[in-house]
Design a protein around this ligand. Structure first.
Ligand code: 13P
Length: 251
């Protein structure tokens, strides 16, 4: 599977004009990229107006767990799928923090998204410097009812809360710390499923990823890609991140 570079635009940009302009710059910049899968996770309102291509996929930043019905303000996995969206980020720490989203809710969303055929980008991370029980809980509860054959449709993100660029006391994680987080996730996946499934799981890294540090996370941190937030808001910087990874894979 190709390394994945996923832009999490969060609640940006402020206008459709800007969103379209940034998307076009990225589309142009990655059109010859063959060894990396770039994904743009844009706000819901922009998704119908950005067209995915073979070289640039679309993702959402959340979804509900039902297909349709009386759920004011929500967006369903089916609605996303019908728009041509391939990926959905679930369990992001900002949703846990600002919206009180529980791991039980994340679990319902993961099950629904997988059933619909979306690929799930499942964020795992805690406030502590070292991977801890909170991450184990997120994985065990978050994956309740997920069959082992569905693990291939999930992308796990090790995203330590303290390394996110906008966090109060931000510290940039080292590739070694990313490596340890990834190993922790893989071990827990081994406990939940089995060693073989855990070995094959795709784990990427999130937290202040940019074009200068991405190679370290991939090479020394053994990550299968990255989830940049702030750096992805500059379309040229996002293209640089994708290219850095593509070039590092050789011919
Ligand atoms: P930053 O890249 O801004 O640290 O954001 C990370 C993140 O939260 C991506 O989901």
């Amino acid at each position: 599977m190709k390394p994945l570079i996923v832009a999490n635009w969060k609640m940006n940009p402020e206008s459709l004009v800007e969103a379209k302009r940034n998307f076009e710059i990225i589309k142009k910049g990655v059109r010859n990229i063959k060894k990396v899968e770039p994904v743009i996770c844009a706000p819901f309102i922009f998704l119908p107006l950005l067209k995915a291509t073979n070289h640039l996929k679309l993702g959402a930043q959340d979804c509900f767990w039902e297909d349709k019905g009386p759920f004011t303000g929500e967006i369903s996995p089916t609605q996303l799928k019908n728009l041509g969206v391939d990926y959905v980020i679930l369990g992001h720490s900002e949703r846990r923090k600002y919206l009180g989203e529980s791991t039980e809710l994340v679990n319902r969303k993961i099950i629904a998204a997988l059933e619909t055929g979306l690929k799930v980008i499942f964020c795992i991370g805690s406030e502590t410097k070292k991977p801890d029980k909170e991450m184990k809980y997120q994985l065990k509860i978050g994956l309740r009812g997920v069959r082992k054959q569905d693990v291939a449709k999930l992308v796990f993100v090790y995203e330590p809360v303290w390394a996110i660029s906008t966090s109060k006391n931000k510290v940039i994680a080292t590739p070694h710390e990313a490596l340890k987080g990834g190993l922790y996730i893989r071990n827990v996946l081994g406990e939940i499923f089995d060693k073989e499934t855990a070995k094959k799981a795709k784990i990427i890294y999130g937290g202040s990823v940019d074009s200068r540090n991405i190679r370290g996370f991939i090479k020394d941190g053994k990550m299968a890609g990255g989830l940049p937030g702030a750096a992805s808001l500059d379309p040229h910087e996002f293209v640089r991140i994708v290219k850095k990874v593509d070039e590092s894979l050789g011919h």
